[in-house]
Design a protein around this ligand. Structure first.
Ligand SMILES: Nc1ncnc2c1ncn2[C@@H]1O[C@H](COP(=O)(O)OP(=O)(O)OP(=O)(O)O)[C@@H](O)[C@H]1O
Ligand SMILES: [Mg+2]
Length: 371
């Protein structure tokens, strides 16, 4: 999949910008705070209908204006189509082929991207929420059904939590209504967990050889999906529903006391093991970086398997952290097959081979100069 053109109007510090891209590597270079990450953010937005660094969409609209338009021309194996995102004070509108999409979920995933930014080291060291986001972002853009189930699950969860919370002020508890909500929640939870487990397994298989290569054979990486109650782990997919039902039966009184849903995929986690030790606690900086790079390259392959096309790879400021050997491995994985956008303050220190083939764009204060 290829992003052939990008147009920005009043997006961040870009007043009016039009760019055409080649396949292969595009290097975006420039000093700090000139607009390098802003460009990647715009591409990310065309894929996932949101920013990777803020939940406040209006932050992306240029100061002193009230609307931004981000559009791109996408080319897949079979056809070419425009994508457009309008950010306004009132909300956002996504268009595919100039047609306004009723729901943003219909816009998401038309362009597939994988982003790797320095903050992604948090996937290893940070909270479970970040790891769930990591899984959801990929599955959500590759599988519309997963995205829909996730949205449905979140809605049911909210409803169930509200009912549990309100019980504190109410004297009656409608058992039947609560049982229906619980059953709905379990149905949706089971689908999410099955998909996540399959995803984690597939990702592990793809990441392991890449990781071994990156760590020069020293470290073995393993991934394991961790549901937030031990009885839910290590059981067959077919037993999951019953196990959840048992758990919720046991937990009902406690849930009423606490006013919140205690189990479910919204509390699950993903564990990374390096040589059988939990990487969250034991991995060094360099090991964390290696794991994340292996994950991102594996995700790229996995999206190809799931959708039939390679995603667009966005690498924000990560090259300078990699030694020559790892840079070389990275380049050999993306070369000629994955369109890649890479930002860096300086092109010094970038492997020469890669530089020679790249399109180089220089950013200064929201304006782009070709080199
Ligand atoms: N809504 C906005 N309107 C106008 N300008 C903005 C807006 N949001 C951010 N900016 C400008 O964009 C700049 C940051 O751009 P960006 O994050 O892309 O920098 P960068 O080139 O990636 O820098 P670094 O090398 O430090 O990562 C900010 O300094 C700010 O001036
Ligand atoms: Mg930046």
């Amino acid at each position: 999949m290829l992003l052939k053109e990008l147009h920005l109007k009043q997006f961040r510090n870009y007043e009016d910008l039009s760019l055409s891209f080649q396949d292969g590597l595009t290097i975006i270079t420039g000093e700090n705070a000139q607009g390098k990450t802003n460009l990647l953010e715009a591409i990310f937005l065309l894929s996932l209908a949101k920013s990777h660094r803020t939940n406040q969409d209006r932050e992306m609209i240029s100061w002193e204006t009230d609307q931004a338009i981000i559009s791109g021309l996408i080319q897949t194996k079979n056809y070419e189509f425009p994508l457009e995102m309008h950010l306004t004070q009132a909300g956002k509108i996504g268009k595919v082929n100039y047609l306004e999409q009723e729901k943003l979920s219909q816009f998401i995933g038309k362009l597939n991207v994988i982003l790797f930014a320095p903050e992604d080291l948090q996937i290893i060291k940070g909270s479970p929420g970040g790891r769930r986001k990591f899984i959801d972002a990929e599955l959500g853009q590759a599988q519309p059904l997963y995205l829909q189930t996730l949205l449905d699950y979140n809605r049911t969860l909210k409803q169930r939590n509200r009912y549990l919370k309100e019980f504190g002020y109410r004297s009656t508890f409608d058992e039947l209504y609560f049982a229906v909500l619980t059953e709905q929640l379990i149905d949706q939870a089971t689908i999410l967990i099955q998909e996540r487990k399959r995803f984690v397994k597939a990702l592990e298989e793809l990441a392991q050889p890449i990781h071994t290569e990156l760590s020069k054979g020293r470290d073995i990486l393993e991934l394991s999906y961790k549901a937030n109650h031990s009885t839910l782990n290590g059981i067959d997919e077919s037993e999951l529903k019953d196990a959840y039902q048992d758990l919720f039966n046991q937990a009902k009184e406690r849930e009423k006391e606490r006013g919140v849903t205690l189990y479910g995929p919204h509390r699950d986690d993903l564990e990374f093991l390096i040589n059988e030790n939990n990487a969250q606690f034991y991995a060094s900086q360099g090991q964390q970086r290696t794991i994340v790079l292996a994950l991102k390259l594996a995700e790229t392959e996995l999206l190809k398997q799931l959708t039939g096309e390679y995603p667009v790879l966005l690498l924000d400021d990560v090259l300078s952290e990699l030694d020559d050997g790892r840079q070389h491995i990275l380049m050999s994985h993306i070369e000629a097959k994955v369109q890649t956008f890479l930002t860096t303050a300086s092109i010094q220190g970038i492997e020469l081979d890669a530089l020679n083939k790249a399109q180089i764009l220089k950013v200064r204060n929201g304006e782009i100069y070709s080199e």
